[in-house]
Design a protein around this ligand. Structure first.
Ligand code: 48H
Length: 268
């Protein structure tokens, strides 16, 4: 192309330097954080948003390329998500459009709801590392103090070339927001430290209160939020209704903030 161009004269090497330099700088900074959230579904994003808003250094690690977990595509691949009162307060707070279907029952478009939540977590200052899988925990003196992680792509590589050791990040608290599999608590179960009964059959009206109520620490340094709570405590699942996920994330954040405050206060 000849003559005047509209874009700045920036070439390939500069683009590569910008990507790699920025990534590495941030990665090194987040190698030690206040809280690591594993899983960028609704509960993890909500927890990350609240904690970052309160000034904590928060990193979210997500194995998929896309963010949002089950919140992105909604129920039955129909891009709709539902909420039961009082969780519409969070929809108001995040500016998510919704429609009241019947008293106390609300519906939204999942890509719109999910992208607002992702943006709110990023705006609050939470750092997102996607396409990265947490494959184990750092445990010291009977407390979780970080995660062991590797590029998600490594787990899809043929064994012959896929033998790549992971790295670790340290934090004062880890939140398992990995959904139905509760894979992070699973790393403790694997070593006989605790056992999980697995989630129970669907019962909407029983599930969400229980999930929010039981959201909290399962082991020193390890909090559980969202669907993972149902798996850890044997609570019923709830189908594509998401208020419990958002409120569970909010409760996990509050619990983490309070525990970090306690760690700061001088010992009695
Ligand atoms: C990194 C990981 C790892 C790992 C998993 O499933 P999610 O959306 O989780 P929640 O609990 O925030 O929301 C659950 C909701 O989406 C849902 O499924 C409901 C309400 N179901 C009810 C029903 O009856 O079916 O997101 C979890 C995220 C996903 O994006 C995973 O990719 C990610 O965690 N993840 N990331 N390292 N080891 N394991």
């Amino acid at each position: 192309m000849e003559g005047k161009t509209i874009f700045a004269p920036v070439g390939e090497a500069s683009v590569t330097r910008a990507i790699v330099g920025e990534f590495l700088g941030e990665f090194l900074d987040y190698v030690e954080s206040d809280v690591i959230v594993v899983g960028a579904g609704p509960s993890g994003l909500m927890a990350a948003m609240d904690m970052a808003n309160s000034g904590l250094k928060v990193v979210v690690i997500e194995s998929n390329n896309y963010l949002g977990g089950g919140f992105w595509a909604g129920g039955y691949l129909m891009n709709k998500v539902t909420f039961r009162a009082p969780s519409e307060e969070i929809l108001e707070e995040l500016g998510i459009p919704y429609k009241e279907i019947e008293p106390g029952h609300f519906v939204s478009d999942s890509p719109h709801a999910c992208s607002r939540l992702i943006a709110a977590a990023c705006d609050a200052g939470a750092k997102i590392i996607n396409t990265t899988r947490v494959e184990d925990l750092v445990v010291r003196d009977d407390a979780v103090r970080g995660v062991v992680m590797n590029w998600s792509a490594v787990s899809y590589m043929p064994k012959a070339i896929g033998c790549v050791d992971p790295v670790a990040m340290e934090s004062r608290v880890v939140i398992d927001a990995t959904g139905h599999h509760s894979s992070i608590v699973g790393y403790l179960e694997k070593r006989g430290i605790l056992t999980m009964p697995g989630e129970a059959n669907m019962w909407v009206e029983r599930s969400e209160d229980g999930v929010v109520e039981k959201t909290g620490f399962v082991y020193p340094g390890l909090l559980v939020a969202g669907m993972a709570v149902a798996t850890v405590y044997g609570l019923p699942r709830m189908g594509p209704t998401f208020g419990g996920m958002l409120l569970s994330g909010r409760k996990a954040a509050k619990t983490a903030i309070e525990s970090l405050e306690l760690m700061k206060s001088p010992k009695a």
